[in-house]
Design a binder for this molecule. Structure first.
Ligand code: G3P
Ligand code: CA
Length: 265
């Protein structure tokens, strides 16, 4: 029923800030979470991996070189995986200066800190289980975190919490542990209708890159019973294009631009 309702062309899509609000602040940091609250999307998305000692931390890439000063702090380790560093080591890194000196001193946050800063009556959270193959135990650690604080349950009960991943086994495992929280598979739209329908048995939505989306696949995804999310849609022209296609969710680095566009501002 949700898919039918939300695919109605007269219904605005759900708005999602990408890596919190990656266009305006360093991605996956508390600064980006603070900014997304001011911009008014329905949800914001963050990428979660594990440190070598099992702490769920926010980082998109498999390595730290692009978004931290790892080369200066740990010379020679810039090619190491995020998961090769302890939480204490990760805390020594600056995760903001690469974006702008204005954000120098931002640290790599934990999932718990994301909740502390991102919990808000009008905002939901999309947790991407990132690179689970490099983070053994990631699904269990995230589920433990969600069970550890009643505010996560409030978000879940309110339909404001989603788990997503390119690793379909990971989101399926997550779904088995927390069937009350919707999950989304990511990747190119599967070309077999039978495969889409099998995914719809456990997933609520599918997320794909709008640049490679075949417009004919919007209906195929809906007919399978899934909502469709597209990422990462950053210009107003591209936002209008995907809204006209009838997608159900739009993920953007500039959530304020999308919110204003939908409001007709
Ligand atoms: O919302 C999905 C999107 O975040 C997936 O792509 O590479 O930005 O994690 P990526
Ligand atoms: Ca992501």
């Amino acid at each position: 029923a949700g898919a039918e309702q939300l695919s109605d062309a007269t219904t605005d899509p759900i708005t999602i800030g990408h890596r919190a609000s990656a266009g305006l602040a360093p991605e996956n940091t508390l600064a980006a979470v603070e900014l997304v609250k001011e911009q008014g999307p329905d949800l914001f998305e963050i990428d979660v991996q594990l440190s070598s000692d099992g702490v769920p931390v926010m980082m998109h890439d498999a390595t730290l070189a692009r978004t931290t000063d790892v080369e200066e702090v740990f010379p020679g380790r810039e090619g190491d995986l995020v998961n090769d560093f302890t939480y204490a080591e990760l805390q020594q890194l600056d995760a903001g200066a690469w974006f702008s000196e204005r954000f120098a001193g931002e640290r790599i946050p934990t999932l718990g800190e994301i909740l502390d800063h991102g919990y808000h009556p009008d905002l939901g959270i999309v947790i991407e289980l990132k690179n689970p193959a490099d983070s053994p135990g990631l699904v269990d650690v995230v589920v433990d975190e969600l069970n550890s604080d009643p505010r996560w349950n409030e978000l879940a009960a309110d339909g404001r919490l989603t788990a997503i991943s390119f690793d379909l086994d990971a989101v399926r495992d997550f779904h088995e542990l927390r069937p009350d929280i919707p999950v989304m598979g990511l990747g190119g739209v599967p070309q077999s209708d039978a495969e889409l329908e099998a995914i719809a048995e456990w997933a609520t939505s599918w997320g794909t890159n709008y640049r490679t989306l075949d417009p004919a696949d919007v209906d195929r995804v809906h007919e399978a019973g899934l909502l469709l999310n597209v990422y990462t849609v950053n210009s107003p022209a591209h936002m209008e294009y995907v809204i006209d296609l009838g997608v159900d969710m739009v993920t953007t680095d500039f959530p304020g631009v999308l919110v204003d566009l939908l409001a007709g501002a």
